[in-house]
Design a protein around this ligand. Sequence first.
Ligand code: NAD
Length: 249
Amino acid sequence: MQRLQDRVAVITGGGSGIGLATAHRFAQEGAKVVVADLDEEAGAKAAGEVGGLFVQADVANEDDVARMYRTAFEEFGSVDVAFNNAGISPPDDDSILETGIDAWRRVQEVNLTSVYLCCKHVIPYMQRQGKGSIINTASFVAVMGSATSQISYTASKGGVLAMSRELGVQFAREGIRVNALCPGPVDTPLLRELFAKDPERAQRRLVHVPIGRFARAEEIAAAVAFLASDDASFITASEFLVDGGISGA
Ligand code: NAD
């Protein structure tokens, strides 16, 4: 029996990077996958690859988020796993002296408000089922700060971590587990774009990773599949670090 056999899993940001790798991993483990993404082309392609369903959604928009879970429920009859993963990195210099209020707000909306909206709209389905697993993508920067000065990003991920702990505690007795996934640097389009603008930044970050390289998205997906499955039945309200040792150094 596969670990996620017939579980219905909604993945935001499923069109690229960590979300895409997780869509593949979930499908391999038997899940029915719903890929949600702002990017219609990438999201539809990902859903096609894993035999899943695509829902175009902006995770910062409440109507879109509500529609996303409603569609999953109407199509498959349950929502067992929510991987709230879509996120952006700040467009330009994100030091506190440079970040403008509009850029700050956009990062909070896409990275933090989105997780609030996703949890708010998926928990009622899970309450009715008496079970569910929510995995919210934070980052290692939420527990240790960043060597590369990213104030709006780090603050948003700290919020995701705190919210996940709070919800994990609050809903534990209802069979709903909520964990914050804290990846270290992962080789995805998000990171490549950031480092293309500032190659020195990649070097500065790499020296802090004890394992000596960035993660592959598949290595993060393996951890997400574990958290989604009953193998993690006693894990909730955790900060689940998959960071190559960066936070321990
Ligand atoms: P990515 O850019 O490869 O993928 C992100 C996906 O999210 C894209 O498909 C994009 O279209 C989608 N997206 C962006 N804004 C959206 C919105 N408003 N609504 C719906 N979809 C939207 O990035 P990734 O590296 O796979 O990052 C995934 C998550 O992991 C993010 O939350 C990121 O902050 C986090 N993270 C990444 C790293 C890393 O080093 N790559 C490290 C720690 C945490």
